[in-house]
Design a binder for this molecule. Structure first.
Ligand code: ATP
Ligand code: MG
Length: 356
């Protein structure tokens, strides 16, 4: 075996010699490979240092989070720890990451198996489980010892900042594409007050940041092989201080919409409510959080839509596209979700307000 990934695999202290290294999964950010020895399998990743310009901070955060999660689950007597929490493999010299001679950053986890990864909830129970796992993740991190984690992507979920970037891209219109997106642009500007709702809650102390996951897509969870129980939270690169309700909003945004990412929205209200019920089983909500779970989902959809539209105007440099107007269509899909949630808001809020 030859190549950078094979070379990287041998830099880690694995159980047995490396037999195969192959590209793995659907991840958008890092380069991911599955490594096999005669004894077991591993998940090897080359970090994307364009997205994460401070990989040392990422790895410090990830290592601290994993140590803490493992200790907490162990203290609770949870069985099967190797499938419940990611485990970093040390390099031959005992470090959590390996820097290649051409300065790429690599890390290696135990491959969690048997397990299943889901793109969409197939059942209400899975939706409940997904909510529970991400809610519980926040609860487990509440007493992380030491100083709080430093942001790895400052401003990642800062809605007012995303709006400012969008307005700048619109003003510059570097490729003259604004004329193709007049409907979406007009809608985004007309809805601009959406960007300030939670920022306002943070300013006036109605809500406070805690350590959150910040990328709570369904495929950042592994389920057991039957797809019944959420086993393990993955993708810890963006764990940092954030609004707890945004983790719910991002999960619900991605999991309660039965439509394709770039198609018309189709909200499954029952799934939304199962996600919310599960989330609260993992970390109970305050009254003000419960009252704003729908708005948090809309804010996440609105800001992601703004990011797609900004990228469309700027020439598709951040989100990989599969056809020319992909980012414009993606923006349209997120904005349609905001509207679909608006039309179901009263019904969803009423159901959320009922005691379980
Ligand atoms: P994205 O940002 O698009 O979510 P990414 O590039 O950050 O992806 P990950 O989410 O870390 O990459 O991993 C990609 C996929 O690899 C996951 O969705 C999951 O299916 C699988 N995966 C990651 N870690 C493990 C593991 N330790 N064991 C088994 N599968 C894993
Ligand atoms: Mg992922």
């Amino acid at each position: 075996m030859k190549g950078p990934a094979a070379e990287a695999a041998t830099a880690f202290r694995l159980d047995g010699s490396v037999l195969s290294v192959e590209p793995y999964g659907q991840g958008h950010i890092h380069h991911t490979f599955r490594v096999a020895t005669a004894k077991r399998r591993y998940l090897l990743q080359r970090l994307n240092t364009t997205v994460f310009p401070d990989p040392r901070r990422v790895m410090e955060n990830v290592a601290r989070v994993l140590d803490h999660l493992r200790a907490k689950l162990e203290a609770k007597g949870v069985a099967d720890l190797d499938r419940r929490v990611l485990q970093l493999m040390p390099t031959q010299s005992g470090e959590a990451f390996w820097r290649s001679p051409d300065d790429h950053w690599w890390r290696c986890y135990l491959f969690i198996e048997p397990s299943r990864s889901l793109e969409r909830p197939e059942t209400r129970h899975q939706a409940f489980e997904a909510g529970r796992a991400f809610g519980a993740f926040q609860t487990l991190l509440e007493d992380l010892p030491g100083p709080t984690l430093q942001p790895t992507l400052p401003g990642f979920h800062d809605a007012p900042l995303r709006l400012t970037h969008f307005e700048k891209a619109l003003q510059d219109d570097p490729l003259g594409r604004a004329s193709q997106a007049m409907t979406e642009i007009a809608w985004a500007l007309q809805q601009r007050s959406r960007a300030d709702l939670f920022a306002g809650f943070l300013r006036d102390g109605t809500m406070a940041p805690i350590l959150t996951h910040n990328d709570t897509k369904l495929n950042n969870l592994l389920f057991d092989e039957r797809g019944e129980e959420a086993l393990c939270v993955l993708d810890l690169d963006t764990v940092m201080p954030g609004l707890p309700l945004y983790d719910f909003g991002d999960l619900a945004r991605s999991a309660c919409n039965r439509a394709a990412e770039d198609g018309p929205a189709d909200v499954d209200a029952a799934l939304f409510l199962c996600l919310a019920e599960g989330f609260q089983a993992g970390r109970p909500w305050s009254e003000v959080e419960r009252d704003h779970a729908v708005e948090a989902t809309q804010t996440m959809a609105y800001t992601l839509g703004l990011r797609f539209l900004t990228d469309f105007l700027e020439g598709d440099s951040y989100f990989r596209i599969h056809r020319p107007d992909h980012n414009l269509h993606r923006a349209r899909g997120q904005f349609a979700l905001v509207e679909a949630l608006e039309s179901r808001k009263a019904e969803l809020k009423q159901a959320l307000a009922k005691p379980a």
